[in-house]
Ligand binder design. Structure first.
Ligand code: MOS
Length: 702
């Protein structure tokens, strides 16, 4: 970089410091208020009624019994609920018609004076249905499979380069393996919750969301009012993992109920209902074929996936997309097929596309390494592309090899006996595995306001969201650095409210980069204004607004991705089949790491999710009833502290001038990518058995 976008000569530079998160004390002392913790006067409580069929029409809703119960003030159904305008999210067309597109779809909403009364009355609402045969059985060869034009993220469904079939047929070394991942649920710690009220035509909502601007816009459209008539507050959010990236039923239902009753209404989704209505990761069956030379040069690569979507909306998990980025293969085919089943609508979850896709691809690369008897680190290094294979664009920066090498050093990868199933400790077999990770750099326009007050303080305002990542803290660091201040302490940050200047949601690992860009611009301009100013500032201070919409939307001539390498050591109990991860080490190259303390938390958080994906997390649809069988945290197993071993996250000092003024890449999701493959590869190294269906539970090991 020829020009450092931050002023020099102000050590210690606030960027890159391990600043503790600003709201940490508020959170751990319970002072931070989440969406369901606001109780306006006269607040009523809502409880939704889910459909009990997977495909049906409602023929009647009998509400008199429920309405007669003490404390019940209303029951909303498709017959009496406020009429909504349609938006481009059909999962929000709630209580509008008699169609039931999947089990768990909401068919009524009870509003009462207390939570208990609402819950009790919900079980007294009698819904009758005319049901039809449903199909929730996702399987290879499903007759409904079709090729979607585009997949999540807007990527083309199919890409072909060269002639895969011919090159594969001519390859001396061939690998053909199929992997599967079941449906997975986001399950943030804080369930989806909203508290809503109307005041003289103005709708105010406390909502647990990853981006209140989008929630505001959708509510305005649904209720046919101006955006200025809606305020959405998402001040503190207890995780989202993608499931709060778009408005969810609770916010629409709470606003409808508040409109219908004229009272504030609070709705927190019961954990057991979430699986059906907040999105989930659709299952994938992924076939990977790799043709290679005996020296380990990949000549042909195909990654073909099938997945499902719902009949309500088309969402296609873009699992074959990372294969377009990873390895130099002159002949390649990446393709998605999908079928619409009578299932809940899938959506974003924890690195959609990359997390499942890289499980299959990086497992297959490991299988190829075993076939070739080449070290899996070296095999990956052999196949580094010079430019992005799919697009031919140069990488803005790509340090996968550095991550593999430095990660291997730190992990103690070598010397490694590549033979499987030879390290025994009593009943245990022990092994190590490696996988690569990648995640794209997304950036979206945001508007930020920077204000200098007369007594030397600064205030930054934009509708960013802190979903637990430390956004406030890092934005204060970015602002301070751009202002030329030596510390972020004099910078106040106001986020989490749709009345603030509109900003990107906290998703796609794009929050900090997108918000920070706008904050940097506003603060840089403010600093210039202050430099030009002579004498004391006016009493009202100086305010500058910056909008990065145009630059952020511009297509980069560079392929921009973060990369990483994951290393795992596992032990497999040959008596019980239990797999335990002993060590996980992730080495990342994700641009400038702006706050090593909060960054480390994000990396190890992602790696923990990858551990869950590898070993414990699993859901499945009951074929007869069309319902998810795992609908609580007792049956859907996320890793507990005891499951999480020594996890280390490290990073290279990567400087990339083609991103944003901070030089940062997203770090929220790359930690999960590659972890499951590294663990699966370690299990193979430990046992000699290649398991290709996640999660790797004891029944599959034995
Ligand atoms: Mo994340 S799945 O992009 O919210």
């Amino acid at each position: 970089m020829t020009h450092d976008p931050f002023p020099q000569g102000t050590p210690p530079h606030p960027l890159g410091n391990p600043v503790a998160r600003r709201e940490g004390r508020e959170k751990v002392t319970g002072a931070a208020r989440y969406a369901a913790e606001h109780t306006p006067p006269d607040c009523a409580y809502a409880w939704p009624v889910p459909a009990t069929f997977a495909r049906a029409r409602i023929t009647g809703v009998e509400t008199s019994e429920a309405l007669a119960l003490p404390g019940v003030c209303a029951v909303l159904t498709h017959e009496n609920a406020p009429r909504l305008d349609s938006t481009d999210d059909p999962t929000l067309a709630l209580l509008q018609e008699d169609r039931v597109p999947h089990r768990g779809w909401y068919v009524a909403l009870v509003v009462a004076d207390s939570l208990e009364a609402a819950r009790d009355a919900a079980s007294a609402v009698r819904v009758t249905y005319e049901s039809a045969d449903h199909d929730v059985r996702f399987r290879a060869g499903h007759p409904g499979l079709y090729e979607p034009e585009s997949v999540n993220g807007g990527f083309p469904g199919i890409r072909e380069r060269g002639n895969f079939e011919a090159a594969y047929a001519a390859s001396l070394i061939k690998l053909d393996a199929t992997y599967s991942i079941p449906p997975l649920h986001n399950h943030p710690m804080e369930p989806h919750a909203s508290t809503a009220w109307w005041d003289d035509g103005h709708l105010t909502v406390y909502d647990s969301s990853q981006g209140a601007t989008r929630v505001r816009d959708d509510l305005a459209a649904l209720f046919k009012i101006g955006k200025g008539e809606v305020t959405v507050v998402s001040e503190h959010v207890g995780g989202g993992f993608g499931s709060k990236g778009t408005p969810r039923p609770q916010v629409v239902l709470a606003a409808m109920a508040a409109l219908h009753t004229g009272r504030p209404v609070k709705l927190a989704l019961p954990r057991g209902q979430m699986a059906a209505v907040v999105g989930h990761r659709a299952p994938t069956i992924q076939r990977v074929r790799i043709g290679a030379t005996t020296e380990g040069v990949i000549t042909a690569l195909a990654h073909e996936i099938i997945t499902y979507t719902s009949t309500v909306s088309e969402f296609v998990e873009q699992a074959a997309v990372p294969a377009r980025v990873m390895y130099a293969a002159p002949h390649s085919r990446t393709a998605h097929r999908v079928t619409a089943l009578d299932v809940p609508s899938p959506s974003w979850m924890r690195a959609p596309g990359e997390a499942p896709g890289m499980y299959a691809l990086e497992s297959a690369v490991d299988e190829l390494a075993v076939l070739l008897d080449i070290d899996p680190v070296e095999l990956r290094v052999h196949n580094e592309p010079e430019t992005e294979p799919d697009s031919g664009r140069p990488f803005s920066s790509r340090h996968l090899v550095g991550c593999l090498r430095e990660g291997a050093n730190r992990f103690g990868w070598l010397p490694r006996d590549p033979r499987p199933a030879v390290r025994r400790e009593g009943d245990l077999l022990v092994g190590t595995g490696v996988a690569a990770s990648t995640y794209p750099v997304f950036l979206a326009g945001s508007v930020a306001e920077a204000h200098a007050d007369a007594d030397g303080g600064y205030r930054i305002r934009l509708n960013a969201t802190d979903i637990g990542t430390g956004a406030r803290t890092v934005l204060a660091q970015i602002a301070a650095a751009a202002l030329g201040a030596s510390s972020e302490e004099r910078v106040q940050i106001e986020i989490g409210n749709s009345d603030l200047p509109p900003a990107m949601l906290a998703g796609g690992s794009a929050g900090t980069g997108s918000w920070g860009w706008a904050v940097h611009r506003a603060c840089t301009e403010l600093a210039a204004r202050l430099r030009d100013h002579t004498g004391p500032l006016p009493a009202e201070g100086v305010t500058v607004t910056a909008d990065t919409g145009q630059e952020a939307a511009a297509k980069s001539p560079y392929a921009r991705h973060a990369f990483g390498a994951q290393f795992a050591e596992v032990q497999v109990d040959t008596v019980t089949g239990e797999i335990r991860v002993r060590r996980l080490l992730g080495m990342f190259a994700a641009g400038h790491i702006l706050n090593p303390r909060t960054a480390r938390s994000q990396f190890i958080g992602g790696m923990t999710m990858g551990l869950g994906m590898a070993l414990t997390e699993s859901s499945g649809l009951d074929a007869a009833f069309g319902d998810f069988a795992e609908r609580d945290l007792a049956s859907y197993h996320v890793p507990a502290c005891a499951d999480v071993p020594a996890i280390e996250a490290h990073w290279l000092d990567e400087r990339d001038p083609h991103l944003n003024p901070m030089g940062s890449k997203g770090i929220g999701e790359i930690g999960i990518v590659g972890t499951a493959a590294a663990i699966g590869n370690a299990v193979h190294h430990a046992t000699g058995v290649r398991l290709r269906d996640l999660p790797l539970t004891p029944d599959k090991v034995l």
